[in-house]
Design a protein around this ligand. Structure first.
Ligand code: ACO
Length: 442
């Protein structure tokens, strides 16, 4: 058996250290003992953007980015997308096992019991400007839920955690649908607990005056599959935000609001909105080669391409591409798909994208489906946040129960001024003209 350790020689001192390897990882804290001087703080590992640092152990989601594998609790995403429903998958993600029929019925009942929100939420939704982005409304309203449920601060109480989990999974679609209705100047629709999770959401979004709104079953199923695909994705930017914020032992509403805020950014949940805008800007297949040239020159990015962990096809992207054609059978073809296909064809033959292992990610085709289904682009990141809520909550519960976790507090490498001293105003030169001035422009 080879020894499970690393021998490190510090060439500054000639000293050797043995660092244990476990799970193909070394502990950054083991490097603290490596000191040049007796009073220095020891070596730290420098990893801006945490590109090669594991911050937790997890049993929820497995990804092999090189092979394009994604599994929730061991189950391949392809099987879940084909055979499961979002609520069943959410149960799996949160509780670790697939439910039997009785537990699934109980779970469904327990979630739908919480689809209503307090009437006061409508009032403060009204305070937003007429054109407020629904993601901004979602960040605020989810955060505000913590003031309605002060019991949520009992994060070490299992029953309280379960209750907040059911509340959040139940209420997020209602908040999301209302944020959209507000943007459109339409009255809010109440939840309909007779419908499926996706069907109820579609009804809250799109019901106008009909007494008996029935979602189209193909679109309802397509949305449910999209929810399954977005339910968790291990330690991505928003999950990391949820975990970091939750590590202060704040309530889960505040932590999930932080996740939604992270998801709002164009490099994360905003990417599918950016893809659609990009495809609209490109406008036609003839302009694709020119656009590719621009992206290669660093003038913008080919949105929906590339991923921090997938250096191969994102398996969710493949499923969504197939799903797009099922949706188009009902909605008619979204012409942007032709531009997307051409971009994909050219990019996958181009040395720039091939050598950097840039493949279509989940967002490359999802926006095209959403648009065909009648969702406005502002709603795209919201459609991501709804299913990701179950993933965030599973990750939160895992963090709370993990005895190794503490408040998240990374280190930094200080590269600023040495100690200096305050001087009176009259004696100061212009800040930027000072010899020691740094170039940060804030
Ligand atoms: N278009 C053009 N070039 C790209 C792209 C792209 N979409 N993505 C990466 N590159 C290039 C970079 O310029 C860099 O080139 P260089 O080595 O010559 O400097 C190289 O590929 C590596 O890129 P990084 O930015 O270092 O990769 P990172 O892992 O940090 O970024 C990210 C991943 C943010 C997803 C990136 O690929 C990107 O911006 N893609 C477009 C936005 C997007 O689709 N985001 C959705 C991600 S999936 C999700 O959140 C659900």
């Amino acid at each position: 058996m080879p020894k499970e350790s690393l021998t490190v020689t510090d060439n500054r001192t000639g000293k050797q250290y043995e660092i244990a390897i476990s799970n193909d990882s070394i502990r950054a804290a083991d490097f603290k003992q490596i000191r040049f001087k007796a009073d220095d703080q020891g070596l730290v590992t420098y990893d801006p953007a945490l590109t090669n640092t594991a911050t937790c152990t997890s049993r929820i989601t497995y990804i092999d980015g090189n092979k394009g594998i994604l599994r929730y609790r061991g189950y391949p995403i392809e099987e879940l997308a084909e055979k499961s429903t979002y609520l069943e998958t959410a149960y799996l993600i949160v509780k670790g096992e697939l439910p039997d029929a009785r537990h699934l019925a109980m779970w469904r009942h327990n979630i739908t019991l919480h689809t209503m929100v307090h009437e006061n939420i409508k009032k403060f939704m009204d305070g937003f400007r007429y054109d407020a982005h629904p993601m901004g409304i979602l960040v605020s309203t989810i955060g505000a839920l913590s003031t309605f449920y002060p019991d949520a601060k009992n994060i070490h109480d299992l029953e309280s955690r379960r209750l907040q989990t059911r509340r959040l999974i139940g209420k997020v679609p209602t908040l999301a649908a209302w944020a959209y209705r507000r943007l459109r100047g339409l009255p809010f629709n109440l939840p309909d607990n007779e419908l499926s999770y996706a069907g109820n959401f579609l009804k809250m979004l799109f019901r106008m005056t009909e007494r008996d709104y029935k979602p189209n079953p193909v679109l309802e199923r397509a949305l449910d599959v999209l929810f399954v695909l977005h339910a968790d994705h291990e330690q991505n930017c928003s999950t990391n935000a949820v975990r970091a914020v939750a590590s202060s032992q704040v309530d889960p509403y505040s932590a999930v609001a932080a996740g939604v805020a992270a998801l709002y950014g164009p490099l994360h949940g905003g990417a599918n909105e950016a893809v659609v805008r990009m495809l609209q800007e490109i406008g036609s297949i003839e302009h694709v080669p020119e656009a590719i040239k621009r992206f290669k020159a660093g003038d913008g990015r080919l949105m929906g391409f590339g991923h921090r962990v997938y250096r191969n096809y994102d398996p969710r992207g493949k499923i969504i591409k197939k799903l797009a054609y099922e949706v188009f059978e009902v909605t008619g073809k979204n012409p942007l798909i032709d531009i997307a296909l051409e971009l994909e064809r050219i990019a996958l033959e181009d040395e720039y994208f091939v050598s950097r292992k840039l493949y279509p990610n989940v967002d490359f085709y999802s926006g095209i489906i959403y648009q065909a289904m009648g969702f406005p682009v502002e709603l795209f990141p919201v459609l991501f946040a709804i299913p990701r809520t179950s993933g965030w909550l599973a990750q939160w519960a895992e963090l709370v129960r993990d005895p190794e976790q503490k408040i998240t507090r990374p280190r930094q490498l200080y590269v600023g001024s040495e100690e200096r001293h305050w001087s009176p105003l009259e004696g100061r030169s212009e800040p930027e003209m000072r010899e020691e001035a740094v170039s940060d422009k804030i």
